[in-house]
Every structure is written in structure tokens, then in C-alpha cells.
Ligand binder design. Sequence first.
Ligand SMILES: [Zn+2]
Length: 146
Amino acid sequence: MTRSENMARVKGKDTKPELYVRKLLRSAGYGYRIHCDWLPGKPDIYLPKYKTAIFVHGCFWHAHENCRMFRLPQSNTKYWIEKLKKNTERDAKNRTELLKLGIKTIIIWGCTVKDMMKHDLKQIIEMETISEILEQVEEPPDVYEL
Ligand SMILES: [Zn+2]
């Protein structure tokens, strides 16, 4: 993948993993909004009833730690370290802002979505986890990663 293809992918909305997660939520009967630019970090998905934001994070762009799908590029390494550091710092700031608004955050990593697409059992398990997180009424709200 070239850098410009990568850029298109990160800026792009309605990525394949996003569409997949939305489809699952829809079939489970959850109501949601998408491309929520009125909320910090513009969550990919927002469930108003549950005050929960869902981010479907690409493992590269959001620098998923200890992930098989994340590898630092061999060229321009310094540039990428800085760039990805900025991304993760921005992500953390957005999560904090959401928590201040009483909104919990669920991050679904690209590698998790990939596994869910491949394995039915994984899909069932992760969807159960999402339901549990949504139904959980807690004080204060928290951040979850799948
Ligand atoms: Zn990952």
C-alpha cells in the first residue's frame, strides 16, 4: 500500500470494518448515529440511548500496541513515530473529552474486526461483550477496548 492509499483509507468514512460493525449492531436491534461530528473525536458510531461512542480503529493509524497488524515502516521511521504519537495523543484527548460528557467509549480494533469477520464464534463472543458494555450502567463512564 502506498502512503497516499493509506491516507485515503484513514480519512475515508464508511470503511469495510465500520460497515461490518454497523451491520452487526443493526441486526442486534441497536439504534445508532454515524459520523458524529458534534462529539469530540467524531466517533464512527454513537448510541444515544446508551451514551456510548464506538470507534473502529485501524491498527496502523492508531498504533495498536503489541498487535500483529501494526508494524512501524522501515523508511521515514522518525516521521512515522512522530505522526502516530500525535494520533494516539489526540485519541486519548478525545476519550477524556467524551468521558467528561458522560459518554463511554468502546474501541474496536481492526484486528478484532478482522477476526470477527473470519470466525463466527469470535463474532458472537465480541457482540456479547459489546451488549454487556452497553447495558452496564456505571458511574463514572469508562473506556473499553476489544
Ligand atoms: Zn490490532
